[in-house]
Design a protein around this ligand. Structure first.
Ligand SMILES: *[C@@H]1O[C@H](CO)[C@@H](O)[C@H](O)[C@H]1NC(C)=O
Length: 258
């Protein structure tokens, strides 16, 4: 961190250039005396804007750098907080989930039991993993004594989907997962078309509606299934993600750039 600071502090070197410019401008005015006033006036305007630009550059870049440092600190704190949540003991999801408290439990590990509702499975994607094309399978999990929730079971290859391999598990299953929310969309994210079975991003509300909604006891709660290890990909069983926090942290590179 200290090296970052010294990089930033070195930037005001530019202000020496600024001082030289001021001196040169002063000398220039002296030598020319009162010659060609109108020409000089135009030159002055040009000079002023250049000086203004050069003068503000270090201040501007320093401010940007400082701002990025603050953002970096904020991101680091956030990742620490999420990582800490991830390491806590798994919680078991209550029968009826109070949706307003979900934000406090994001990334907490949860333990669930139930049966898959394969009929309402959704294919999220397309996605690529290890060079293989496929989808993430989101399947409602019908819990015997509680509300149905959505589970992102992970990646399945296109080939396995066509063979129906992701529908193998029919009995009661016990799963570990992480509590998630809807994905943040950006301008490039296409709209979902539930009627055509096209899901490009996890819209938890729309997905729970698709699975039957409130009437069928489906709550807009999304769990991302996690696995400790395994070779499930070859068996065509959806492969969940590793239990890591993946908030992108690009601010460090911004700090160095600016
Ligand atoms: C849900 O949690 C919030 C915040 O803790 C609380 O105010 C609210 O009463 C809870 N709702 C239900 C239905 O329990």
């Amino acid at each position: 961190m200290s090296s970052l600071f010294s990089t930033l502090k070195r930037q005001p070197l530019l202000s020496r250039q600024y001082r030289q410019l001021l001196l040169r401008r002063y000398a220039h005015t002296e030598a020319n005396g009162s010659l060609e006033t109108s020409y000089k006036a135009r030159r002055d305007t040009w000079f002023n804007s250049t000086i203004l630009l050069l003068g503000f550059m270090p201040i501007f870049t320093f401010a940007l750098g400082t701002w990025q440092l603050q953002r970096l600190q904020w991101k680091v704190n956030l990742i620490d907080e999420l990582q800490e949540k991830l390491e806590r003991e798994p919680i078991s999801l209550p029968r009826h989930v109070n949706l307003s408290v979900i934000p406090n439990f994001i990334f907490r590990k949860v333990f669930l039991r139930g049966k898959w509702d394969h009929e309402h499975s959704m294919l999220l994607g397309p996605r690529v993993r290890d060079g293989l094309h496929g989808y993430h399978v989101v399947t409602p999990l019908v819990r015997p004594d509680g509300s149905t929730v959505l589970v992102d079971r992970g990646f399945v290859t296109k080939d396995s989907i066509e063979k129906g391999m992701s529908r193998q598990e029919t009995g009661e299953v016990e799963i570990f997962g992480m509590l998630r929310t809807s994905q943040a969309r950006n301008v490039f994210t296409p709209d979902n078309h539930p009627d055509k079975g096209q899901w490009y991003w996890t819209d938890v509300t729309a997905m729970s509606e698709f699975a039957g909604g409130d009437r069928a006891g489906v709550q807009p709660v999304l769990i991302e299934q996690i696995f400790e290890a395994g070779t499930r990909l070859s068996q065509g069983i959806p492969l969940g993600r590793e239990a890591t926090v993946d908030v992108r942290n690009a601010h460090l590179s911004y700090v160095i750039t600016w």
